[in-house]
Design a binder for this molecule. Structure first.
Ligand code: AQP
Length: 321
Protein backbone atom coordinates (compact mmCIF):
# COMPACT_ATOMS: atom_id res chain seq x y z
CA UNK A 1 0.00 0.00 0.00
CA UNK A 2 1.33 3.41 -0.95
CA UNK A 3 -0.45 6.42 0.54
CA UNK A 4 0.09 9.81 -1.09
CA UNK A 5 -0.74 13.13 0.60
CA UNK A 6 0.06 16.67 -0.44
CA UNK A 7 0.12 20.17 0.94
CA UNK A 8 -0.24 23.20 -1.31
CA UNK A 9 1.97 26.27 -0.75
CA UNK A 10 -0.95 28.67 -1.14
CA UNK A 11 0.07 30.50 2.05
CA UNK A 12 2.10 30.05 5.22
CA UNK A 13 1.58 26.71 6.98
CA UNK A 14 -1.02 27.16 9.70
CA UNK A 15 -1.92 25.40 12.93
CA UNK A 16 -4.80 23.47 11.27
CA UNK A 17 -2.43 22.02 8.65
CA UNK A 18 -0.17 20.91 11.52
CA UNK A 19 -2.73 19.52 14.00
CA UNK A 20 -5.04 18.16 11.31
CA UNK A 21 -2.53 16.60 8.94
CA UNK A 22 1.26 17.08 9.27
CA UNK A 23 1.47 15.82 12.85
CA UNK A 24 -0.38 12.66 11.80
CA UNK A 25 1.87 12.17 8.81
CA UNK A 26 4.85 12.22 11.16
CA UNK A 27 3.29 9.90 13.73
CA UNK A 28 1.28 7.37 11.72
CA UNK A 29 3.06 7.19 8.37
CA UNK A 30 3.87 3.78 6.91
CA UNK A 31 7.22 2.96 5.27
CA UNK A 32 5.82 3.43 1.73
CA UNK A 33 3.85 6.61 2.37
CA UNK A 34 4.70 9.69 0.35
CA UNK A 35 4.21 13.37 1.10
CA UNK A 36 4.68 16.17 -1.34
CA UNK A 37 4.63 19.94 -1.52
CA UNK A 38 2.23 20.57 -4.39
CA UNK A 39 3.65 23.84 -5.66
CA UNK A 40 2.37 23.31 -9.24
CA UNK A 41 -1.16 23.20 -7.83
CA UNK A 42 -0.63 26.64 -6.28
CA UNK A 43 -0.43 28.14 -9.79
CA UNK A 44 -4.02 27.63 -10.89
CA UNK A 45 -4.93 31.11 -9.68
CA UNK A 46 -2.90 34.36 -9.77
CA UNK A 47 0.37 33.80 -7.95
CA UNK A 48 3.65 35.52 -7.20
CA UNK A 49 6.71 33.48 -8.32
CA UNK A 50 9.09 34.58 -5.53
CA UNK A 51 6.45 34.00 -2.88
CA UNK A 52 5.59 30.57 -4.29
CA UNK A 53 9.26 29.55 -4.16
CA UNK A 54 9.62 30.78 -0.58
CA UNK A 55 6.40 29.08 0.56
CA UNK A 56 7.41 25.76 -1.00
CA UNK A 57 10.75 25.92 0.85
CA UNK A 58 8.92 26.77 4.06
CA UNK A 59 6.58 23.79 3.70
CA UNK A 60 9.43 21.42 2.98
CA UNK A 61 11.28 22.69 6.07
CA UNK A 62 8.14 22.39 8.24
CA UNK A 63 7.47 18.82 7.11
CA UNK A 64 11.04 17.78 7.88
CA UNK A 65 11.09 19.62 11.23
CA UNK A 66 7.75 18.06 12.18
CA UNK A 67 9.31 14.62 11.84
CA UNK A 68 7.83 13.46 8.53
CA UNK A 69 10.55 11.09 7.23
CA UNK A 70 12.73 13.13 4.86
CA UNK A 71 13.04 10.19 2.48
CA UNK A 72 9.28 10.21 1.88
CA UNK A 73 9.00 13.93 1.02
CA UNK A 74 9.41 15.62 -2.34
CA UNK A 75 8.51 18.88 -4.03
CA UNK A 76 6.12 18.40 -6.94
CA UNK A 77 7.84 20.76 -9.39
CA UNK A 78 11.09 18.81 -9.05
CA UNK A 79 9.23 16.18 -11.08
CA UNK A 80 7.80 18.70 -13.53
CA UNK A 81 9.19 16.88 -16.56
CA UNK A 82 7.77 13.48 -15.61
CA UNK A 83 4.49 14.99 -14.45
CA UNK A 84 4.19 17.26 -17.49
CA UNK A 85 4.59 14.33 -19.87
CA UNK A 86 2.21 12.12 -17.91
CA UNK A 87 -0.38 14.88 -17.57
CA UNK A 88 -0.38 15.21 -21.36
CA UNK A 89 -0.86 11.48 -21.85
CA UNK A 90 -3.69 11.52 -19.30
CA UNK A 91 -5.30 14.59 -20.87
CA UNK A 92 -5.34 12.60 -24.08
CA UNK A 93 -7.12 9.84 -22.13
CA UNK A 94 -9.64 12.18 -20.49
CA UNK A 95 -12.70 13.67 -22.20
CA UNK A 96 -13.43 17.39 -21.99
CA UNK A 97 -16.82 16.54 -20.46
CA UNK A 98 -15.19 14.58 -17.64
CA UNK A 99 -12.94 17.50 -16.71
CA UNK A 100 -15.74 20.07 -17.01
CA UNK A 101 -17.93 18.04 -14.64
CA UNK A 102 -15.55 18.56 -11.70
CA UNK A 103 -17.50 20.34 -8.98
CA UNK A 104 -14.37 22.08 -7.65
CA UNK A 105 -13.84 23.69 -11.06
CA UNK A 106 -17.42 24.90 -11.25
CA UNK A 107 -17.23 26.34 -7.75
CA UNK A 108 -13.85 27.99 -8.13
CA UNK A 109 -14.46 29.35 -11.64
CA UNK A 110 -17.93 30.73 -10.90
CA UNK A 111 -18.16 34.48 -11.35
CA UNK A 112 -14.41 34.85 -11.94
CA UNK A 113 -12.82 36.60 -14.89
CA UNK A 114 -9.59 35.34 -16.50
CA UNK A 115 -9.91 31.79 -15.17
CA UNK A 116 -6.72 29.88 -15.94
CA UNK A 117 -7.05 26.76 -18.08
CA UNK A 118 -5.09 24.97 -15.36
CA UNK A 119 -8.03 25.40 -12.98
CA UNK A 120 -9.94 23.10 -15.34
CA UNK A 121 -7.09 20.66 -15.91
CA UNK A 122 -5.48 20.45 -12.47
CA UNK A 123 -7.43 17.28 -11.57
CA UNK A 124 -5.54 15.64 -14.46
CA UNK A 125 -2.25 16.83 -12.96
CA UNK A 126 -3.49 15.42 -9.66
CA UNK A 127 -4.16 12.11 -11.45
CA UNK A 128 -0.58 12.25 -12.74
CA UNK A 129 0.72 12.89 -9.18
CA UNK A 130 -1.10 9.79 -8.00
CA UNK A 131 -0.46 7.47 -10.95
CA UNK A 132 3.20 8.42 -11.41
CA UNK A 133 3.99 7.27 -7.87
CA UNK A 134 1.83 4.13 -8.06
CA UNK A 135 -0.19 5.41 -5.10
CA UNK A 136 -2.97 3.05 -4.06
CA UNK A 137 -4.50 5.04 -1.21
CA UNK A 138 -5.17 8.76 -1.41
CA UNK A 139 -6.45 10.31 1.83
CA UNK A 140 -8.71 13.20 0.83
CA UNK A 141 -11.65 15.17 2.13
CA UNK A 142 -15.06 15.06 0.45
CA UNK A 143 -14.13 17.98 -1.86
CA UNK A 144 -11.29 16.05 -3.51
CA UNK A 145 -13.00 12.66 -3.76
CA UNK A 146 -14.26 13.30 -7.28
CA UNK A 147 -10.69 14.01 -8.41
CA UNK A 148 -9.42 10.69 -7.08
CA UNK A 149 -12.34 8.99 -8.86
CA UNK A 150 -11.17 10.69 -12.06
CA UNK A 151 -7.63 9.39 -11.50
CA UNK A 152 -9.07 5.91 -11.05
CA UNK A 153 -11.17 6.17 -14.22
CA UNK A 154 -8.16 7.39 -16.23
CA UNK A 155 -5.93 4.60 -14.88
CA UNK A 156 -8.52 1.98 -15.80
CA UNK A 157 -9.10 3.45 -19.28
CA UNK A 158 -5.39 3.72 -19.99
CA UNK A 159 -4.66 0.19 -18.78
CA UNK A 160 -7.45 -1.38 -20.87
CA UNK A 161 -6.79 0.73 -23.98
CA UNK A 162 -3.00 0.64 -24.16
CA UNK A 163 -1.63 -1.82 -21.62
CA UNK A 164 -1.20 -2.26 -17.86
CA UNK A 165 0.93 0.55 -16.45
CA UNK A 166 -0.93 2.07 -13.53
CA UNK A 167 -1.93 0.84 -10.09
CA UNK A 168 -5.58 1.55 -9.28
CA UNK A 169 -5.86 4.32 -6.69
CA UNK A 170 -8.75 4.84 -4.31
CA UNK A 171 -9.82 7.69 -2.10
CA UNK A 172 -9.55 6.83 1.59
CA UNK A 173 -10.66 8.74 4.64
CA UNK A 174 -7.80 10.72 6.15
CA UNK A 175 -6.77 9.67 9.67
CA UNK A 176 -9.03 11.82 11.83
CA UNK A 177 -7.03 14.81 13.01
CA UNK A 178 -8.29 17.94 14.73
CA UNK A 179 -10.39 20.35 12.66
CA UNK A 180 -9.18 23.82 13.55
CA UNK A 181 -11.38 26.88 12.96
CA UNK A 182 -10.34 30.47 12.40
CA UNK A 183 -9.88 32.21 15.76
CA UNK A 184 -11.42 35.47 14.56
CA UNK A 185 -14.28 33.84 12.66
CA UNK A 186 -14.92 30.36 14.04
CA UNK A 187 -17.67 29.71 11.49
CA UNK A 188 -14.95 28.99 8.92
CA UNK A 189 -11.97 26.66 9.04
CA UNK A 190 -8.49 28.01 9.63
CA UNK A 191 -6.88 28.43 6.20
CA UNK A 192 -3.42 29.39 5.00
CA UNK A 193 -4.83 31.55 2.22
CA UNK A 194 -7.46 33.38 4.30
CA UNK A 195 -7.71 37.03 3.22
CA UNK A 196 -7.63 38.19 6.83
CA UNK A 197 -5.02 36.35 8.89
CA UNK A 198 -5.94 37.86 12.29
CA UNK A 199 -7.45 34.54 13.34
CA UNK A 200 -4.85 32.28 11.72
CA UNK A 201 -1.93 30.95 13.77
CA UNK A 202 0.99 30.22 11.50
CA UNK A 203 3.43 27.47 12.41
CA UNK A 204 6.34 29.91 12.08
CA UNK A 205 4.69 32.68 14.13
CA UNK A 206 6.82 33.92 17.05
CA UNK A 207 5.41 32.96 20.49
CA UNK A 208 4.21 36.51 21.16
CA UNK A 209 2.28 36.60 17.88
CA UNK A 210 0.64 33.30 18.82
CA UNK A 211 -0.30 34.66 22.25
CA UNK A 212 -1.76 37.83 20.75
CA UNK A 213 -3.89 35.94 18.23
CA UNK A 214 -5.18 33.48 20.83
CA UNK A 215 -6.02 36.24 23.34
CA UNK A 216 -8.07 38.01 20.67
CA UNK A 217 -9.97 34.84 19.73
CA UNK A 218 -13.72 35.23 19.46
CA UNK A 219 -15.58 33.29 22.15
CA UNK A 220 -19.23 33.73 23.14
CA UNK A 221 -21.34 35.53 25.69
CA UNK A 222 -21.67 32.62 28.13
CA UNK A 223 -19.47 33.17 31.17
CA UNK A 224 -18.79 29.58 32.21
CA UNK A 225 -16.36 27.48 30.20
CA UNK A 226 -18.07 24.37 28.84
CA UNK A 227 -17.59 22.28 25.73
CA UNK A 228 -20.55 22.79 23.43
CA UNK A 229 -20.07 22.38 19.64
CA UNK A 230 -22.96 24.89 19.20
CA UNK A 231 -20.61 27.53 20.65
CA UNK A 232 -17.96 27.36 17.90
CA UNK A 233 -15.51 29.95 19.29
CA UNK A 234 -15.02 28.37 22.70
CA UNK A 235 -15.37 24.83 21.30
CA UNK A 236 -12.53 25.64 18.89
CA UNK A 237 -10.23 26.79 21.70
CA UNK A 238 -11.04 23.70 23.76
CA UNK A 239 -10.47 21.42 20.77
CA UNK A 240 -7.12 23.08 20.04
CA UNK A 241 -6.01 22.66 23.64
CA UNK A 242 -7.25 19.06 23.68
CA UNK A 243 -5.36 18.33 20.45
CA UNK A 244 -2.18 19.73 22.03
CA UNK A 245 -2.53 17.83 25.33
CA UNK A 246 -4.07 14.61 24.01
CA UNK A 247 -7.17 14.92 26.18
CA UNK A 248 -10.89 15.21 25.36
CA UNK A 249 -12.28 18.77 25.05
CA UNK A 250 -14.87 18.11 27.80
CA UNK A 251 -12.08 17.07 30.18
CA UNK A 252 -10.10 20.20 29.37
CA UNK A 253 -13.13 22.49 29.86
CA UNK A 254 -13.60 21.34 33.45
CA UNK A 255 -10.25 22.87 34.44
CA UNK A 256 -11.10 26.50 33.65
CA UNK A 257 -13.18 29.09 35.46
CA UNK A 258 -12.90 31.83 32.84
CA UNK A 259 -12.13 32.39 29.18
CA UNK A 260 -9.10 34.49 30.10
CA UNK A 261 -7.55 31.49 31.88
CA UNK A 262 -8.49 29.18 29.02
CA UNK A 263 -6.92 31.48 26.44
CA UNK A 264 -3.68 31.70 28.42
CA UNK A 265 -3.53 27.91 28.57
CA UNK A 266 -4.33 27.53 24.85
CA UNK A 267 -1.68 30.08 23.90
CA UNK A 268 1.01 28.34 25.98
CA UNK A 269 0.03 24.87 24.72
CA UNK A 270 0.14 26.03 21.10
CA UNK A 271 3.47 27.83 21.59
CA UNK A 272 5.01 24.70 23.16
CA UNK A 273 3.49 22.31 20.58
CA UNK A 274 4.79 24.38 17.69
CA UNK A 275 8.15 25.29 19.29
CA UNK A 276 10.22 22.33 18.03
CA UNK A 277 8.68 22.58 14.57
CA UNK A 278 9.21 26.34 14.36
CA UNK A 279 12.78 26.13 15.62
CA UNK A 280 13.67 23.14 13.45
CA UNK A 281 12.15 24.72 10.34
CA UNK A 282 13.86 28.05 10.94
CA UNK A 283 17.19 26.26 11.38
CA UNK A 284 16.73 24.45 8.08
CA UNK A 285 15.62 27.61 6.27
CA UNK A 286 18.77 29.30 7.55
CA UNK A 287 20.84 26.53 5.97
CA UNK A 288 19.88 26.60 2.28
CA UNK A 289 22.57 24.05 1.37
CA UNK A 290 21.10 21.46 3.75
CA UNK A 291 17.55 22.21 2.60
CA UNK A 292 18.65 21.85 -1.03
CA UNK A 293 20.31 18.53 -0.17
CA UNK A 294 17.12 17.17 1.42
CA UNK A 295 15.07 18.43 -1.51
CA UNK A 296 17.37 16.95 -4.13
CA UNK A 297 17.46 13.55 -2.42
CA UNK A 298 13.64 13.48 -2.20
CA UNK A 299 13.31 14.47 -5.85
CA UNK A 300 15.76 11.79 -6.97
CA UNK A 301 13.88 9.08 -5.06
CA UNK A 302 10.49 10.22 -6.35
CA UNK A 303 11.74 10.39 -9.95
CA UNK A 304 13.31 6.95 -9.66
CA UNK A 305 10.05 5.54 -8.32
CA UNK A 306 7.92 7.02 -11.08
CA UNK A 307 9.88 7.64 -14.27
CA UNK A 308 9.51 4.06 -15.58
CA UNK A 309 5.71 4.58 -15.62
CA UNK A 310 5.93 7.71 -17.80
CA UNK A 311 8.35 5.95 -20.12
CA UNK A 312 6.04 2.94 -20.40
CA UNK A 313 2.94 5.11 -20.89
CA UNK A 314 4.63 7.15 -23.65
CA UNK A 315 5.82 4.00 -25.37
CA UNK A 316 2.38 2.40 -25.26
CA UNK A 317 0.61 5.46 -26.72
CA UNK A 318 3.08 5.41 -29.61
CA UNK A 319 5.33 8.25 -28.46
CA UNK A 320 8.79 8.51 -26.92
CA UNK A 321 11.94 6.83 -28.14
N1 AQP B 1 -8.23 24.13 9.58
C1 AQP B 1 -7.79 22.89 9.40
N2 AQP B 1 -7.95 21.96 10.36
C2 AQP B 1 -7.48 20.70 10.17
N3 AQP B 1 -6.83 20.28 9.08
C3 AQP B 1 -6.63 21.18 8.10
N4 AQP B 1 -6.02 21.11 6.90
C4 AQP B 1 -6.10 22.31 6.29
N5 AQP B 1 -6.74 23.19 7.08
C5 AQP B 1 -7.10 22.53 8.21
C6 AQP B 1 -5.36 19.92 6.35
O1 AQP B 1 -4.05 20.28 5.93
C7 AQP B 1 -3.65 19.43 4.85
C8 AQP B 1 -2.99 20.21 3.76
O2 AQP B 1 -3.91 21.16 3.27
P1 AQP B 1 -3.90 21.57 1.73
O3 AQP B 1 -2.67 22.32 1.43
O4 AQP B 1 -4.14 20.35 0.91
O5 AQP B 1 -5.11 22.52 1.51
P2 AQP B 1 -6.34 22.93 2.37
O6 AQP B 1 -7.00 21.76 3.01
O7 AQP B 1 -7.20 23.73 1.47
O8 AQP B 1 -5.62 23.82 3.48
P3 AQP B 1 -5.76 25.36 3.73
O9 AQP B 1 -4.77 25.71 4.77
O10 AQP B 1 -7.18 25.72 3.98
O11 AQP B 1 -5.26 26.00 2.37
P4 AQP B 1 -6.04 26.98 1.39
O12 AQP B 1 -6.18 28.26 2.14
O13 AQP B 1 -5.14 27.10 0.20
O14 AQP B 1 -7.37 26.37 1.05
C9 AQP B 1 -4.91 18.69 4.38
O15 AQP B 1 -4.83 17.35 4.82
C10 AQP B 1 -6.03 19.42 5.07
O16 AQP B 1 -7.12 18.57 5.39
Amino acid sequence: MTRLSGITPSGHVQLGNYLGAIRRWAADGGPDDLYFVSDLHAMTTAHNPARLRALAAEQLAVLVAAGVPAESIFVQSDLARELGALTWVLECTCSYGEAARMIQFKEKAKGRAGVRLSLLTYPVLMAADILLQGATDVPVGEDQRQHVELARALARRFNTTYGEVFAMPRAVLPVAGARVRDLADPRRKMSKSAGDSAGVVFVLDEPDQVRRKVRRAVTDTATEVAYDPQRPGSANLLEILAACTGEAPEEVAARFGSYAELKDAVAEAVVETLRPVREGARELLADPAELARVRKAGAARAAERGSHRVDAALRLVGAGG
